[in-house]
Write a protein that binds this ligand. Sequence first.
Ligand SMILES: Nc1nc2c(ncn2[C@@H]2O[C@H](COP(=O)(O)OP(=O)(O)OP(=O)(O)O)[C@@H](O)[C@H]2O)c(=O)[nH]1
Ligand SMILES: [Mg+2]
Length: 676
Amino acid sequence: MPYSTADIRNVCLVGPSHAGKTLLTEALLHAGGKIEEKGSIEKGTTVSDYTPREKETGHSQYNSVCHLDHEGIHVNLIDTPGYRDFYGRALSVMPAAETAAIVINAREGVEMIARRMMKAAHEQRMCRMIIVNQIDGEDVNLEKVFNDIQEAFGPECLPMNLPSADGSGVVDCFFQPEGDDTAFSSVKQMHTQIVDQVVEVDEELMELYLEQGEELAPDQLHDPFEKALREEHLVPVCFVSAETGAGIRQLLQIFERLMPNPTEANPPVFLKGEGAEATEVEVTPDPGKHAIAHVFMVNIDTFKGRLGVFRIHQGTIKAGNQLFVGDARKPFKASQLLKVNGETHTKAEAGVPGDICAVPRVDEAHYDAVLHDSHDEDHFHRKPITLPRPMFGLAIRPKHDNDAQKTSDSLQVAEAEDPSLHVEHNATLNEVVLRGLGELHLATVLQQIEDRHSLEIVTSLPSIAYRETITAKSEGHHRHKKQTGGAGQFGEVYLRVEPLPAGGGFEFENKVVGGAIPYQFIPAVENGVRQVMKEGAIHGYPMQDVKVTVYDGKHHSVDSKEIAFVQAGRKAFVDAVAKARPIVMEPIVHVDFTLPSDCVGGVTGDLSSMRGMISGTDSLPDGRVVVSGQVPLQELQGYHSRLKSLTGGDGSFTMDFSHYAEVPVNELKQLKAAAE
Ligand SMILES: Nc1nc2c(ncn2[C@@H]2O[C@H](COP(=O)(O)OP(=O)(O)OP(=O)(O)O)[C@@H](O)[C@H]2O)c(=O)[nH]1
Ligand SMILES: [Mg+2]
């Protein structure tokens, strides 16, 4: 059935594990007539959890795109994994949708992941809604859940429907203000609250409403409703049971009539150019303009190859079109255009702005790539979203040496599929480190690698990425002179060093005058300095945040050659660093521990003995406590198992890079002793 941009609704389902996102996807697909029978999590028969491991564990591990057509609208659903270690995966696909639907488990109330997702959707300027699922659960207190939602996210969270008094369905509060009895609150009262809230964003309508005391029809409210969603002045709340089907039809109607189509949401921000040079460019959902699409998900299947799933933001993409990836000169041919429904792919003729489609077998289609059909849109990219920086690391090696290449290939595949995963190659230590958001994240990735590539992988704790830097200005000098038989080597360098602010990296400046060091040898000096930056000057760790200025030297018309200036540059730099109060720095991470309340004392005690600092605690409605703080990464090596025993397996933590800080003297002594 052909549909246009205005008919599309893109909804990303996010929220805690076990909230029922996958079953809700199933219920929606069923209600929309996409599937005849609703699958079950326990039987492993849902559309969106289609990988063997997901079926086996009953938890989503990957993002999954599905779609349905219902009364003239085309709904693209993205089901995301809710487990906290997959938080980065869920975040990464949100830019494809207008609506972030935060699914809350009525039995559990407002969990930490729900808070995080509300915040993330706010940061991405998405329209937000809250879906309270599992209203059929025994002994659920829906009024309390609703009050907790308002307390956590504000009074702008208002119900579009309310659970019926007998719990078997929901009663509409928006379209038909004269509803039946509900489990709590009155329909009329809620309806008035919604209208009051909506008219606040539209002065004219407000006046009309106040003066005439007139009942406003839903149609009159449509545009201000969308505006209220964009401005976060309203967060609709809906009640459903994915299990019994209660509220599902009404939810589809809310998608259709109230949630934004691609032209009604805050427009996505696109930039042209890189770094500080980048300027904002207009991208409009106009089917007639040049095509611009954003790849938000990559799946790599051993047999089917790479699938790039993208959201079209401007123009129309047709099967057979020539498309460019990013700044590539040469286009590729999108010989097939696909619509994705879980594991099933069906061919499509064309994709209009706002739609979600995919292209198979395009190796260049990486996460966050922009696809476009004209060189006018070279250097376009989406304003990046903040993804958590993976800090939990494991050093990886294959069990059998001859699997080295296979291992490295498999890691590349894993990294391409998951933007919250990072593979580090540490040449100095000959170590490959896989970094993710937590233990379960890496365990899942490694299991997948072993499954897919029949590889055996051995893991160990990785080395900590210590760094050297200087804390004072100083000068250094070296004269490199060598006379061995024939031609000699001669080069002399004077340079200054000074610390740069954290994150400053490395700067090199040439202030030599009068050809004391001939111009052509300056790169050799820089090369020598850079070698030391990489290897470390005093303590053997890579250096950062240093500025080097070469200001004088000497040369010899016959004996001066590149190698001599590389050597002189190296040694002059080491000489300068030694006098510039060099220090060793270590990564400090921000951690959030989620703990049963009776374990808080034990963990905070650990934290202080681990040189950690606690910055805050927050109580969750389920009685657990979130303890946040900063700790040197080194102290958290292997802490997962200690936490497990401390909390009876009920505690967990996530971490994110914070900054580098100086390693205290006695720690440094231990570090040196361990290295020897
Ligand atoms: N009684 C009841 N059970 C539900 C409902 N929705 C989901 N469940 C059950 O809750 C469990 C978790 O459901 P899922 O759909 O897998 O939850 P999820 O949010 O996708 O979880 P993750 O994939 O781990 O993020 C399953 O056993 C479902 O059958 C509901 O509305 N009522
Ligand atoms: Mg799921």
